[in-house]
Design a protein around this ligand. Structure first.
Ligand code: SF4
Length: 445
């Protein structure tokens, strides 16, 4: 097998399911416009969970970053058509097996500079509207996206696991000046914390009343149970894929992994499609595994590095790691799926079951929960190193860097690289030099 086939994120797009998910993700803007025209209320968010919106027939949830149109948007209709006739998969297979200058240039633009420009333009929109520029990149991008797609969305929800962050709260406070907003207060704690349970209970009831008023319909509890059942099935597929990471493989690379994280938030406006595609993906991966076509990175000594820290990272990072001969992995969702204690209990009503789900997926100790999650991934899949994305201005995730680094050194004896991140596309040559030195050091160990 050629090296290009082994550690190339484009390889993942030869899975038909990944192509289908990717194209549907990119069609988000168009699909939401159509749903809005047909009278649906669009409820946006920047964080999960938003799947409970599927319990309303007159509403549709949207993970707001899915509205962002990229420079290659013009290619999406043709890609969609090629994909429908199964031609796109063959083109990608050809590209991977044959060096091609034209296609090389296309993928170079596709994965790096185009992304960076789109995100910087959203930051400019926020800056021109006098948004606080002393805040983290996520909220600056999100505010720009909110203004750009303002007319498409009827209501915004936030809070949940973002409840801990003052920047996030201020971001919603600002948005609330212009759009109906619901900020879900969710304190730390688990099923042993009576106050947490009672606040989540009250907040969820308040939220349901607000959406019922917006959509002019009652919540359908059967639909709520149904969505939890779909989520449960999706978690089963994620756990199966994660098992291969534990055995030293990289069944999916960072670009496809980021796509799956994005799809999981709003289930792409179509939960059944999303669930079926993840089932198909699991089958496609295991088919390749059984035919011994998956490459074992552990055995071949290709370093596997996990990304931790702030969820925002420069879109150029996967390629920089790839060029340095390593693989960058984003596995938070896979580990959370594995750790989930949630079980469907059909004795409960839909509302009570969903509240139970919210309690059982809650942070118990705040940032320490995330540090434990990252260290668990590092330990379980035996990573060679950890990248910590230090988002400038972040007062919640970034301060965890020192604790994570100390614990990774003492508990797992693996190195941690901290990279500062202010605006996409900035200081890339310096970032590249640091990553190359980090991978070199790991290879020499
Ligand atoms: S990156 Fe940090 S500061 Fe920004 S919203 Fe997330 S937790 Fe808050």
């Amino acid at each position: 097998m050629k090296y290009m086939e082994i550690n190339n994120f484009v390889t993942d797009f030869t899975y038909k399911s990944i192509l289908d998910l990717g194209i549907k993700y990119l069609l988000g803007n168009k699909e939401i416009k159509e749903a809005k025209k047909s009278g649906k209320k669009i409820i946006g968010s920047f964080l999960p969970p938003i799947d409970m919106i599927y319990a309303f027939k007159n509403a549709l949830p949207i993970f707001l970053p899915r509205l962002i149109e990229f420079e290659y948007e013009k290619y999406v209709p043709i890609l969609n058509l090629l994909n429908k006739f199964n031609i796109l998969k063959s083109i990608l297979n050809y590209y991977i097996k044959n060096e091609n200058v034209l296609l090389n240039q296309f993928f170079k633009d596709f994965d790096q500079s185009g992304y960076s420009r789109v995100f910087s333009s959203l930051i400019d929109i926020a800056a021109n509207s006098n948004y606080y520029m002393d805040t983290c990149v996520q909220t600056r991008i999100s505010y720009g996206a909110f203004l750009k797609y303002f007319n498409l969305v009827d209501m915004i929800i936030g809070g949940f696991e973002g409840n801990y962050c003052l920047h996030f709260a201020k971001f919603y406070e600002r948005i609330n000046l212009y759009k109906p907003t619901f900020y879900f207060e969710k304190p730390y704690g688990d099923e042993n914390s009576p106050n947490t349970i009672s606040i989540i209970d009250k907040e969820f009831n308040r939220f349901i009343k607000l959406v019922e008023k917006l959509t002019k319909e009652k919540i359908d509890e059967d639909l709520l149970i149904n969505i939890l059942r779909i989520q449960q099935e999706i978690r089963k597929y994620l756990i199966l894929i994660y098992k291969l990471f534990k055995r030293g493989y990289v069944p999916l690379q960072s670009v496809a992994l980021t796509l799956i994280h994005g799809c999981y938030v709003d289930l792409l406006s179509d939960p059944i499609f999303c669930k079926n595609k993840l089932k198909q993906l699991t089958n496609e991966i295991y088919h390749k595994y059984k035919k011994h076509e998956l490459y074992n990175y552990k055995k071949e000594g290709i370093p596997r590095i996990i990304i931790t820290g702030s969820p925002g990272f420069d879109p150029a990072l996967p390629s920089i790691f790839q060029n340095a001969g390593a693989s960058l992995l984003y596995l938070d969702l896979f580990q959370s799926a594995k750790d989930s204690k949630f079980k469907l209990d059909f004795k409960l009503s839909g509302l009570d079951l969903y509240k139970k789900f919210l309690v059982e997926t809650n942070y118990v100790n705040g940032i320490i929960d995330l540090i434990d999650l990252w260290l668990n991934i590092a330990k379980e899949i035996e990573v060679d190193g950890i990248l910590f994305s230090k988002s400038w201005g972040c007062r919640f995730t970034t301060p965890a860097f020192k604790i994570l680094k100390d614990r990774a050194n003492s508990e797992l004896a693996i190195p941690v690289l901290g990279l500062d991140f202010y605006t996409p596309g900035e200081n890339l040559s310096q970032v590249q030099t640091r990553i190359e030195a980090f991978i070199e050091m790991i290879k020499k160990k």
